[in-house]
Design a protein around this ligand. Structure first.
Ligand code: CAA
Length: 393
């Protein structure tokens, strides 16, 4: 097995780390406090190529592999998870889905602007009564001949206020269940689209999460993605890749809290020596180290499997589940390592702890990841194979 990153991947990692430290860290506490949307920071992410990293250069993207995207997500998530979720949704849920399943006309019209960050995209699947149970869509799109008429409400939509392009999941034929679901490209300024107030959240507070209402919105026929009835599969396939991005976010959160904890524990003294020299703290750091390295292997491998064109469904669920649980557990520990300082905003770890929670919820809860993995293993996938080698890891 070969674990080294190539030169391009190392350069992306370095660029993202530098950007996060220089441009995101100053102001991140204030943005979290005031819930101010990071307009300028998102503009810079577009300029630096972080908004369409995997999109082919033909459509204005960076043409990079999934591992490069993961490395960038990880570094940015060590500092600012509002920025990293905005980036993740645009890259993996919107751009990837459009590039993989969109028509040439859809790619030319929408992807070229989304890949550069000129436009931001939102993925509109969740509803007040359809979260984990994603097939229970109440939003409807009625075929009117030359267009569809869209009606419904979507909840907890990341990029809900800032996006120009919505990928909206809707039921076109309730009798067909998940086979009667389609996805439509909707522009946010079309008549009948309205956006509710920004949610006041526990974490990722400056990202813009909104309810979006669609009332008799006319959607041109050519804005349906894929064959009639492909929508649920489109959502599932897109989320399978999206989960790698969120796993990388969780890995970054855990890594950020760990780096801060190591630095603090080496400096802070108690009972005559740095607290890192006390076993009570040293063992916490060792456990963080272990789980972050394990999460890294799972997250990087899921990205690698995707790039090899291999099945990455269990791998991405496993990576997201493990990394998000590690992020939650170790950000709590990071606050503990920092003691009283950990409980105040200035030291960053309390924010990372609040941000960690959402990684166990969005793009499929931890319970949904277990559904995906257990179904795959019961179908016969006992291990995740490695191409051609006959080796199982
Ligand atoms: N790829 C391709 N097809 C898939 C698939 C996948 N990964 N997963 C399921 N399917 C197909 C199945 O094969 C099946 O098709 P057939 O009938 O033709 O065989 C069809 O989809 C229905 O599958 P299931 O019977 O497994 O569906 P289910 O109702 O039991 O639900 C589930 C399965 C895994 C729980 C799914 O509903 C799910 O993933 N729920 C979570 C939704 C989610 O992640 N929401 C996140 C919202 S977006 C977000 O959070 C973005 C953000 O803001 C950051």
């Amino acid at each position: 097995m070969f674990f080294a990153l190539n030169e391009e991947q190392l350069a992306v990692q370095e660029a993202a780390r530098e950007f996060a430290q220089k441009e995101l860290k100053p102001g991140v506490i204030e943005r979290d406090s005031t819930m101010a949307y990071p307009t300028e920071q998102v503009r810079m992410m577009g300029e630096l190529g972080f908004m369409g990293m995997m999109v082919s250069p033909e459509y204005g993207g960076g043409g990079m592999d999934t591992l490069s995207y993961v490395l960038a997500m990880e570094e940015i998530s060590k500092i600012d998870n509002s920025c990293s979720v905005i980036m993740s949704v645009n890259n993996s849920l919107v751009c990837w889905g459009l590039e993989t399943y969109g028509t040439e006309a859809q790619k030319t019209k929408y992807l070229t602007k989304l890949a550069t960050g000129e436009w931001i995209g939102a993925f509109c699947l969740s509803e007040p009564e359809a979260g984990s149970d994603a097939t229970s869509q109440r939003t409807t799109a009625v075929d009117m001949g030359d267009h569809y008429l869209l009606n419904g409400t979507k909840n907890w939509i990341t990029n809900g206020g800032s996006s120009k392009v919505h990928l909206v999941v809707a039921q076109t034929d309730a009798d067909l269940g998940h086979k009667g679901i389609n996805v439509f490209i909707v522009e946010s300024d079309w008549e009948g689209v309205s956006v509710g107030a920004k949610e006041d959240k526990l974490g990722i507070r400056s990202s813009d999460t909104h309810t979006i209402m669609y009332s008799d919105v006319k959607v041109p026929k050519e804005n349906r993605i894929g064959e009639n009835g492909f929508g649920f599969k489109f959502a599932m396939k897109t989320l399978t890749g999206g989960r790698i991005g969120i796993a990388a976010q969780a890995l970054g959160i855990a890594g950020g809290a760990y780096e801060l904890s190591v630095a603090y524990a080496k400096e802070r003294e108690a009972f005559g020596k740095p607290i890192a020299r006390h076993q009570a703290i040293a063992f916490k750091l060792a456990d963080m180290f272990k789980d972050i390295e394990a999460a890294k292997m799972l997250v990087y491998r899921s990205a690698w499997l995707k790039d090899q064109g291999m099945d990455y469904s269990s791998a991405s669920s496993m990576a997201k589940l493990f990394a998000s649980e590690a992020a939650m557990k170790h950000t709590v520990e990071a606050v503990q390592v920092h003691g009283g300082y950990g409980f105040v905003k200035e030291y960053h770890v309390e924010r990372l702890m609040r941000d960690a929670k959402i990684t166990q919820i969005y793009e499929g809860t931890s319970e949904v990841q277990r559904i995906v993995m257990s179904r795959n293993l019961l179908k016969g996938q006992l291990y995740i194979p490695v191409t051609g080698s006959g080796v199982h890891v």
